[in-house]
Ligand binder design. Structure first.
Ligand code: M6R
Length: 366
């Protein structure tokens, strides 16, 4: 059932190229330059009239929501707020009929997300679900939705659910950008083509497997980790830290790289591994100077870079290369080595990867 892999998590990490293909199949029509999603098409008016989008979710799904904030705002110029479902539901939030609420949930059973949906509906908002489990409670409670089609995710640590959620949200953002005319048609087409190529690039990224394993062996006994990223890749830093915490029980924090100087830099010494997402275009020069700051404090740098990178290679202790892509799509690639890193570290620490202590696959209590 694990298809020859030692754990479901590893199997699911390696399933991502096909999972992403399944997510966009029939929806991403590159030759026709069309994005087709029934749930969006049927409710186009609601989306186009939306004064803002509010995303509600928990955990990894919340991180996918954060990535989508950057994508929706960039592509479709719709203001987005991303809320922890648990905070949103108890805050007497300001919601009107002009809001579109997007609820993201792999399991479709998360109690806090469900309560947030009910609250938003009671205030008259249109609620759109992005779920993986077909027929789940959230998929039934929402007004409309789009499934991720990632297939069953068994490992408690979410992997393919995350990348397929981002894929669905990117498709929606592209569809809305086209309808609103907020993206030039050449840019729009370029992103459709590039999205279609992502599964191949994920395959290529997965070839770093052995290299990531070697790096994992060096840092498996660390007691803390920092993860830094900017822009589209800031949420990926949060997600990388969450993965490490939940399966290897190492304390880890994710930060926007520029926030380092406002506090976390005090933590850096020769004991501190810092994972930095430093791909081309993503505020590259600024991230390079953050890396210099870490280096001068003797922190150990594990950098995720674009193939052919020169500057970061000179500074970092280790680099993991990913293929070049459009910046907005890069989270689908940068997240892969971070999943592998947490996986191998957890295995080397003899942790129960698929069923980490104190955690359940779906959190049906608040
Ligand atoms: O099923 P959901 O997407 O609603 O679950 C939300 C979180 O409980 C979930 O993403 C959790 O954070 C994962 N264990 C993270 O890997």
């Amino acid at each position: 059932e694990k298809g020859g892999y030692d754990h479901f998590m590893l199997k699911e990490i390696f399933e991502q190229p096909n999972a992403i293909r399944d997510t966009y199949r029939g929806r991403l029509l590159v030759n026709e330059a069309i994005v087709k999603m029934a749930g969006v098409e049927d409710n186009m008016k609601k989306f186009l009239n939306a004064e803002r989008i509010i995303v509600v979710a928990c955990g990894t799904s919340w991180h996918a929501g954060l990535v989508s904030e950057y994508i929706f705002e960039e592509f479709a110029r719709i203001p987005v707020e991303v809320e922890y479902a648990s905070e949103f539901r108890y805050r007497n939030p300001i919601i009107t009929e002009k809001d579109v609420v997007i609820a993201i949930s792999q399991s479709g059973e998360t109690a806090d997300t469900m309560a947030a949906i009910k609250l938003a509906k009671s205030k008259g908002a249109f609620v759109f679900g992005v779920c993986n489990v077909v027929g789940s409670s959230i998929s039934r409670e929402t007004d409309a939705g789009a499934y991720t089609h990632a297939g069953p995710e068994i490992g408690v640590a979410s992997t393919k659910a995350f990348t397929t959620q981002i894929t669905v949200l990117t498709l929606i953002a592209l569809r809305l950008a086209r309808a609103k005319g907020t993206m030039s048609s050449s840019d729009y087409r370029l992103h459709l083509q590039e999205l279609e190529l992502i599964p191949e690039k994920v395959e290529k990224t997965l070839l770093s497997d052995d290299h990531v394993k070697e790096i994992s062996a060096i840092y498996k006994d660390a007691t803390n980790f920092l993860y830094l990223g900017r822009g589209f890749n800031f949420p990926v830093a949060l997600e990388g830290a969450l993965k490490l915490k939940e399966i290897s029980y190492i304390h880890a924090e994710g930060y926007p790289a520029a926030e380092m100087k406002h506090g976390p830099i005090a933590l850096i010494d020769e004991q501190m591994p810092v994972v930095v997402i430093a791909t081309r275009k993503g505020h590259y020069e600024k991230v390079v100077s953050n890396i210099q700051e870490i280096k001068s404090r003797k922190g150990k740098i594990i950098a995720i870079v674009t193939e052919g990178d020169v500057s970061v290679k000179e500074l970092a202790d280790h680099v993991i290369e990913i293929p070049a892509s459009e910046e907005a799509l890069s989270p689908l690639l940068t997240t892969i080595p971070l999943q592998l890193l947490s996986y191998y570290i957890a295995v080397m620490r003899e942790c129960n990867v698929d069923q980490p202590r104190n955690l359940a696959k779906s959190v049906t209590v608040e």
